[in-house]
Design a protein around this ligand. Structure first.
Ligand SMILES: NC(=O)C1=CN([C@@H]2O[C@H](COP(=O)(O)OP(=O)(O)OC[C@H]3O[C@@H](n4cnc5c(N)ncnc54)[C@H](O)[C@@H]3O)[C@@H](O)[C@H]2O)C=CC1
Ligand SMILES: N[C@@H](CCCCNC(=O)[C@H]1CCC=N1)C(=O)O
Ligand SMILES: [Mg+2]
Length: 260
């Protein structure tokens, strides 16, 4: 289970704003507009209860505070409970929270107490990063490359198939690749055989250098929540790459829009 570290979250709101500018430049729209159109929802000023959870690896410094910054950015009424765990849950409900945000080491959820909708960070992160990649405004094809078919990658690939994109996918885990081929109908991408280059790439792996120069065209949009980044700085400079990569808040924005 790859967990965030306080270092990943250093200056996270600055990272978010910078990525939102890149998203606007590469797709023509900002993250709020994209979330609205993906989920067909609009945020009001819902009250968001952020509950720190001590299970497993425990509290991650700046995790709850990072969630608080995105609720402010989205003009929601966010608060972090004084208590943790069940006491925090009780406090949030008593403070009339509409939506609860809480994460242990395995699942990070948004739960809307008013309409019952519930969403996980894995799925919402996969959907929104895949959507961003697919909105590349200088792409002249529906071909898109998905690298990594785990909890996040599979959700993103599934979203792209639903939207009618030609999804080429690669994962060294044969089981993961075969499930995506059988269940989603993705094309298995063989880097050595295809020689195909993509201008839209969605990467969701916990490894670096997963994106090589044989995979991408000169100008391309790489959208990745993966930590560490799958695109090397050298390649990102040699080629004209719009890189969207942020450790937490783009995925959280997607979670909140998905449960409204
Ligand atoms: N930025 C954000 O908001 C978020 C980031 N993450 C990060 O996204 C990454 C993926 O998360 P999960 O899907 O939960 O992990 P996972 O472990 O479920 O899936 C990762 C997949 O990547 C594959 N993979 C590894 N090396 C590869 C390579 N060279 N080429 C292609 N595939 C490769 C693995 O076989 C596995 O199927 C992790 O780094 C995680 O920390 C997760 C959630 C939110
Ligand atoms: N229990 C801790 C939060 C643990 C979050 C672990 N999950 C991750 O790191 C996932 C979420 C996005 C990327 N990785 C706390 O409440 O402070
Ligand atoms: Mg994110």
């Amino acid at each position: 289970m790859t967990l965030l570290t306080p270092d990943d979250l250093y200056n996270v709101s600055r990272q978010f704003e910078k990525n939102n500018d890149i998203i606007k430049r590469a797709t023509g729209q900002g993250i709020r507009d994209i979330c609205e159109s993906v989920y067909n929802t609009r945020l009001g000023n819902e009250k968001i209860g952020i509950i720190p959870i001590t299970a497993g690896n425990g509290i991650i410094d700046n995790f709850a505070e990072s969630l608080f910054t995105i609720t402010n950015y989205l003009k929601l009424d966010g608060f972090i409970t004084n208590h943790t765990d069940v006491a925090g849950y009780y406090e949030a409900v008593n403070q009339n929270a509409d939506i609860l945000l809480m994460a242990d080491d395995y699942v990070f959820i948004a739960h809307n107490l008013r309409n019952g909708k519930i969403a996980t960070n894995h799925v919402c992160t996969g959907v929104i990063y895949a959507e961003i990649a697919s909105r590349c405004k200088y792409a002249d094809t529906k071909d898109i490359l998905v690298i990594g078919l785990g909890k996040v990658g599979y959700a993103g690939a599934s979203h792209l198939i639903r939207k009618g994109f030609n999804v080429y996918a690669y994962d060294p885990d044969n089981e993961a690749l075969n499930s995506a081929v059988q269940e989603l109908g993705v094309h298995p991408y063989d880097i050595h055989r295809d020689g195909k280059k993509f201008c839209m790439v969605f990467e969701a792996t916990p490894n670096e250098n997963t994106i090589t120069k044989d995979m991408i065209s000169e100008r391309c949009l790489v959208s990745t929540p993966g930590i560490p980044c799958g695109l090397s700085p050298e390649l990102g400079n040699d080629y004209d790459v719009d890189l969207v990569m942020e450790p937490l808040l783009i995925g959280v924005a997607s979670m909140l829009y998905s449960v409204i």
